[in-house]
Write a protein that binds this ligand. Structure first.
Ligand code: 13P
Ligand code: ZN
Length: 270
């Protein structure tokens, strides 16, 4: 058996959550990440028939039956993951139509997957239905996006347009825009279902007064998506209280669509 701590997916996950912490997006235990893995990816590193323990999920996810996920643990600090990955991360396989998670590796202190497991698994289902290559769901608490939800309308078209106007390349990176949920109680199936519904039409879902969810094909892409939106929100927070003399117009954004071969969300540009 190969050393799982040297598996490319493990190295990439540890680097990513360490970087998220370094960006200030994950204070204390804030944030959680899940990465969909193929059995062929994990089989060289662990005995897929050796189930350490089973953990009920509290929801059903039939489309994820038999699927493997590397996921962050509940209550775990991203800053500590690199020093004790086997305590802070786990690899689970879903069974019983998604109602049971079989722990195959990790959470060695008796811990379990993130309290936001419903939002992660339901978002994976929603994104896989749109893009079969989607493998990552990422949640964190970036300060500027969060701040923006206190002072900006939560209207999705307006919120998206404001972010697009803050950096020229925003519309290229997230032409599908950002969807926005009102404040909801976190860690519940309800917020999971609402997040997944929003994930059908965009890869970024803002949780008002809490944080953001991103989805993508790999950890880099998903990190970059949140990084770009957060940068735009930072610029907004720097200028929101100042008179605006210049801006990125809809005409400019139409030019960007042509130059980069992307199509802005229907009805979002004039
Ligand atoms: P967990 O520690 O359970 O992952 O929760 C962190 C969080 O950000 C909740 O929204
Ligand atoms: Zn959170």
């Amino acid at each position: 058996m190969k050393n799982i701590l040297e598996a490319p997916f493990m190295v990439e996950m540890i680097r990513t959550v360490t970087n998220m912490y370094a960006h200030g997006w994950d204070e204390r235990n804030g944030g959680n990440v899940s990465l969909l893995l193929d059995e062929a990816q994990v089989a060289p590193y662990l005995d897929v028939n050796a189930v350490v323990r089973t953990i009920p999920t509290g929801f059903s996810a039939p489309a994820l039956e038999g699927k493997y996920f590397l996921v962050t643990g509940t209550g775990k600090y991203f800053k500590n993951v690199q020093y004790a990955p086997d305590v802070n991360l786990g690899i689970v396989r879903l069974t019983d139509g998604g109602e049971t998670a079989q722990l195959l590796w990790g959470f060695t202190d008796g811990g379990k997957f993130t309290s936001e497991f419903p939002a992660h698994m339901m978002s994976h289902m929603a994104r896989l239905a749109v893009d079969s290559e989607n493998r990552v769901v990422m949640h964190c608490h970036p300060a500027n996006l969060l701040a923006m939800t206190y002072i900006h309308t939560l209207d999705e078209r307006e919120f998206t347009r404001t972010l697009w106007q803050m950096c020229t390349e925003c519309i290229v990176v997230f032409p599908d825009g950002v969807n926005v949920l009102p404040w909801m109680l976190c860690g519940t199936n309800e917020i999971g279902e609402a997040t997944a519904e929003k994930m059908k039409t965009a890869r970024l879902v803002v949780w008002s007064l809490h944080g953001i969810y991103g989805a993508g094909r790999d950890l880099d892409e998903t990190f970059g998506l949140i990084e770009t939106a957060e940068k735009a929100a930072e610029i907004y927070m720097k200028i929101a209280h100042l008179p605006r003399v210049n801006t990125i117009t809809d005409d400019m954004m139409h030019q960007l669509e042509g130059r980069f071969g992307v199509k802005a969300r229907e009805g979002y540009l004039d």
